[in-house]
Write a new protein. Structure first.
Length: 738
């Protein structure tokens, strides 16, 4: 079973996925218990998405009559007496304003009227007749405003609630607020529909603060002006319905829009989730399940067209500037109150929030954010995305899983952006973003930890038989190492000290071990430096291979070069240490296919190589004693080792344990090191005469006279003599022993 860091791969993947699920569950739980933690970030993100790239333009059908510093300077200290408001209404009527809305609370009588009544009472108590007081009592600023309002015909006044919450606030002050309606009562929805199983759940109020009775009776209607503030204190929405005494009241912004639309029926509907929808003049007003409508702001303060009241009453505005439009009267002067924190800034006039809401209804470019349903949609998106990231982190590389996380997040953000642009639906992105980000970070941190353990495990397992550079490369990318077994192309080397057994019999143990340790250190260092793997140390013998785990492209060349360096280093040892002067080694190299991997039990194994290539390399090393040569290789090794080798093709050999003949070649040296390559080319030419039926005996004997100790030529001559005059087609050797 393949393992990673000592654990099965599927077990590590499963643990990573489980960790991801735990993280997702923790994020979801925290978001449920502490919704404001992500909620405030989500609100700020929503503001950026709505207003950073583009800003909707106002329709121009809504105008603000502003009570500003200029008006106060010209018309007197605020609050004005009702004569000024009467003049304003008359001026607006003269300019043919379609609908007028007062974003003011006219819940107290004009102080001048109260003062006149007090004076009249005092004079009456002093004996002045009512006839004499008729002129004093006949004058009334409130009555003058009421008359102007009634004459205009489509003026709406604002009122406020004592509180508006989903449930009653204990201890909320009711001083001055009414629990019973004045006549006429506040504007309410004319049609209320409830589906089967509907849940009537809206903002609720206990008392309201209406205009004084005379103004209440004169107005076309009264509607509330209450604004909702979000958890970060910013105003972004209006409650589009508030229930009080069983009456579903209408906000001033909807009352004004409805009047502008010709007083069409206002319809409110409920379903099992709460408020299902609001309709006005056949158009739907998107609200959440408790009836709140998001305001789609038109820009910073001052974006909605406005005129100073001083200019309006003095007829200093362009002719027709107010004709056919909704005019909202409200304060904009600093120090007069009614300022709000909004996405557009921290000092935004409340009257412009109201004007923006009216403009939304007229333009129909709403922003939809159905609180609970949107929350559930974000959850249903965030949780599967987090699970997908967990699976990717468990089964893919860090880079690939990061790409998956980015693609998933980008896809979700793209989907949310598409919804916002096409339908105005504001889908939250913070919960999915946090879920993906935190899940990826935690799971990849876990992967980093486990892979660090894996790298330490691999380093520990290989540090005794791999060069540090090979270990570093393997640790950086363990894809080249498959724990278990796999078939690979490689070159295997066996080396052995000739006559070591005899030397051991006549040597003391301590000096022999010291010699062997020095020899082994030098030889293994050569293997490791060449990128090879030291497979086994067998007394005086050494087994190594090149290819896996790094998939070297030229294992035969590495193996042959290492073998030649081993002979060179042995000569250097002999030059400086007399113990090595009579030491000779034989090396066999075979290139081919073999099985490489960890072999053994789960708790005790070795990284090794098995197969016919290994057996042949061992046999070739043994044949060096038969031919009395230093280095024997198979033909494939010569073919893959590259040019520049001085090679002697000895012939075909049948070794112990193999039925097939194997072409065996002696590698003498690399060209250019002073070795006479011509001698070995003469040998090859002599042996090649067998292919044409000629005997190479004369040529071989001449070469043997040159080098009497060339045992290969001697063995060839023996084979020719044994042929008894029947020349073989090629030189063939058979051995019964290794």
């Amino acid at each position: 079973m393949a393992t990673q860091g000592g654990k099965p791969l599927h077990q590590n993947a499963l643990i990573t996925i489980v960790i991801g699920l735990v993280v997702i569950g923790a994020i979801a739980t925290l978001n449920h218990l502490y919704p404001h933690a992500l909620g405030r970030v989500q609100l700020a993100t929503n503001d950026w998405r709505l207003y950073h790239l583009r800003m909707p333009k106002p329709t121009g059908q809504v105008v603000i009559a502003r009570i500003d510093d200029e008006s106060i300077k010209e018309l007197g200290r605020w609050p004005w007496n009702r004569k000024v408001e009467a003049r304003l209404v008359n001026a607006l009527a003269a300019d043919k304003a379609a609908v007028i809305g007062f974003d003011l609370l006219l819940s107290e009588r004009d102080p001048a009227d109260v003062e006149r009544e007090q004076i009249a009472e005092q004079l009456r108590a002093a004996g002045v007749s009512d006839k004499a007081l008729a002129g004093l009592t006949a004058e009334s600023n409130d009555a003058e405003l009421a008359q102007a309002i009634k004459a205009q015909g489509d003026t709406y006044l604002g009122y406020a609630f004592s509180s508006h919450e989903l449930q009653q606030i204990a201890g909320a002050s009711m001083q001055g607020y009414l629990t019973e309606f004045l006549k006429p009562p506040p504007v309410a929805y004319s049609i209320v529909r409830k589906s089967r199983g509907a849940k009537v759940r809206t903002v609720w109020a206990k008392g309201y603060l209406p205009p004084i009775p005379s103004l209440n009776a004169a107005a076309r209607g009264v509607a509330y002006v209450d604004i909702d503030a979000d958890s970060d204190g910013a105003a972004r929405s209006y409650p589009a319905v508030v229930e009080i005494n069983g009456r579903f009241c209408v906000p001033l912004f909807l009352a004004l829009a409805d009047a502008y639309a010709g007083h069409a029926p206002l319809m409110l509907s409920f379903n099992r989730n709460g408020v299902a929808g609001i309709r006005i003049a056949g158009s739907s007003i998107p609200v959440d399940e408790i009836g709140r409508m998001m305001v789609h702001f038109r820009g910073k303060a001052g974006t909605i067209p406005s005129y100073s009241i001083a200019d309006i009453v003095a007829s200093r505005i362009p002719p027709g500037a107010l004709a056919g439009k909704i005019v909202i009267v409200g304060v904009t002067g600093h120090g007069l109150g009614d300022r709000w924190v909004t996405p557009m800034g921290g000092d935004f006039p409340g009257v412009e929030i109201l004007a923006s809401a009216v403009d939304n209804v007229l333009a129909g470019d709403f922003v939809t954010h159905n609180g609970r349903l949107a929350f559930e949609e974000e959850w249903f998106a965030g949780i599967p995305l987090g699970i997908a990231v967990s699976i990717a982190a468990a089964l893919m590389s860090a880079f690939a899983s990061a790409v998956v996380a980015i693609v998933l997040l980008g896809g979700y953000i793209g989907y949310a952006t598409y919804l916002l642009r096409e339908s105005g639906e504001l889908l939250g992105i913070i919960f999915p973003l946090v879920t993906i980000g935190v899940t990826y970070t935690v799971t990849m941190s876990w992967r980093y930890f486990t892979e660090g353990a894996e790298k330490r495990y691999i380093r520990h397992a290989f540090e005794h038989y791999l060069h540090p550079d090979v270990i570093a490369s393997l640790v950086d990318s363990s894809d080249g190492l498959k724990l278990g077994g796999e078939r690979c192309h490689l070159s295997v080397l066996f080396s052995d000290i000739v006559g070591f057994t005899t030397r051991a019999e006549r040597s003391e143990a301590e000096p022999l071990v010291a010699l062997l340790n020095t020899y082994t250190t030098v030889m293994t260092n050569l293997v490791l430096e060449s990128g090879g793997v030291v497979d086994k140390l067998m007394g005086d013998g050494l087994m190594a291979f090149w290819g896996p785990p790094l998939n070297l492209p030229d294992p035969a060349q590495k193996a042959v070069d290492c073998a030649l360096r081993m002979f060179e280093e042995l000569e250097k040892l002999a030059a400086r240490d007399e113990r090595f002067r009579d030491l000779r080694i034989g090396i066999g190299i075979c290139t081919g296919e073999a099985i490489v991997g960890n072999f053994g039990g789960e708790r005790s194994f070795s990284y090794s190589v098995i197969g016919d290539t290994v057996n042949l390399a061992s046999r070739l090393e043994g044949l060096t004693r038969q031919f009395k040569v230093n280095l024997l290789v198979n033909q494939q090794t010569v073919e893959e080792a590259g040019d520049g080798l001085i090679v002697r093709p000895i012939g075909r050999v049948r070794v112990k344990g193999k039925h097939q003949l194997v072409q065996v070649e002696e590698v003498i040296a690399r060209e250019g090191n002073g070795t006479d390559g011509a001698y070995y080319r003469r040998f090859a030419e002599a042996i090649s005469q067998l292919h044409s039926g000629k005997s190479p005996e004369a040529a071989l004997r001449a070469m043997l006279e040159e080098r009497p100790d060339d045992h290969v030529i001697a063995m060839c001559l023996e084979r020719l003599q044994a042929a008894a005059g029947q020349l073989p087609a090629e030189m063939v050797f058979e051995f019964d022993t290794k």
